[in-house]
Ligand binder design. Structure first.
Ligand SMILES: [Zn+2]
Length: 245
């Protein structure tokens, strides 16, 4: 086959895959437009449901949802107040770090309830946030596009990616994100009830400038985790929210 024909075919297939994925997402968003009603988060994050859950945008100026299949399988819904606070936080991050991109991972089902394999995420008040990465002091996005496989990435106790230790977690940025998020949550009369992050990485997080502020803030981090849960929370940090009484 002539080289030019080959290239044309490759380009055509690439654009076809891109188009079909994009149109699926667009259709899903169109079929699941938010209503005007306030959300109701019933029960707890580990046994609850969600009424009038709101779909988080698939992407925005400085963020994107990590997995197309997860998205169109109804796993990106939140309580409207959480959605608002998270979006406002991305705007704050855009102002402070104009060139930086962020990824959000699984949230809750449209009506809440069990969402395998998560033990929580049941009432629109839990989110997994992907850890931001750096390589050679620069933001690194090479692992952000592997969709659900991201949950299985492994990082060592220094926060370096196991298969390439030149890639490491940007701890200071995680701390800044949580602090900004906490501020926006307050405006919505919400608070962070718990952050789950691999125990061995917590000291690295607290050692950074924003990490010290995070430690002082008193935002609660899980102190003890089973080896399975601990091992799973290195590529992302899980945040549970609660409504203030
Ligand atoms: Zn989670």
């Amino acid at each position: 086959m002539k080289r030019i024909q080959k290239i044309t075919i490759i380009l055509f297939s690439l654009s076809f895959v891109g188009f079909s994925q994009t149109s699926k997402i667009e259709k899903y968003i169109n079929d699941n437009k938010d209503n005007e009603l306030a959300s109701f988060s019933k029960g707890s994050v580990s046994e609850g449901s969600l009424t009038n859950g709101k779909l988080f945008p698939f992407s925005g100026p400085n963020f994107h949802y990590f997995d197309t299949l997860s998205y169109i399988n109804s796993r990106a819904y939140l309580n409207n107040k959480v959605k608002e606070a998270v979006l406002e936080t991305y705007t704050d991050l855009k102002n402070e770090f104009p060139d930086r991109q962020f990824c959000i991972m699984e949230c809750s089902n449209k009506h809440g309830g069990k969402i395998i394999p998560h033990r929580t995420h049941q009432n629109g008040l839990s989110i997994d946030f992907m850890v931001p990465l750096i390589k050679n002091q620069k933001p690194y996005y090479g692992l952000d596009t592997i969709a659900r496989k991201h949950y299985f990435l492994e990082f060592n106790e220094k926060g370096q990616y196991s298969f390439d230790t030149s890639i490491s977690i940007d701890f200071d940025l995680i701390a800044k994100h949580i602090l900004l998020l906490n501020k926006q949550l307050n405006k919505q009369k919400l608070k962070i009830s718990k952050v789950i992050f691999k125990i061995e990485l917590k000291d690295k997080l607290y050692a950074t400038p924003n990490g010290q502020l995070l430690k002082k803030s008193g935002i609660y981090f899980a102190q003890q985790l089973t080896p399975l849960i601990n091992g799973l929370h290195d590529d992302h940090y899980h945040v549970d929210f609660e409504e203030m009484k």
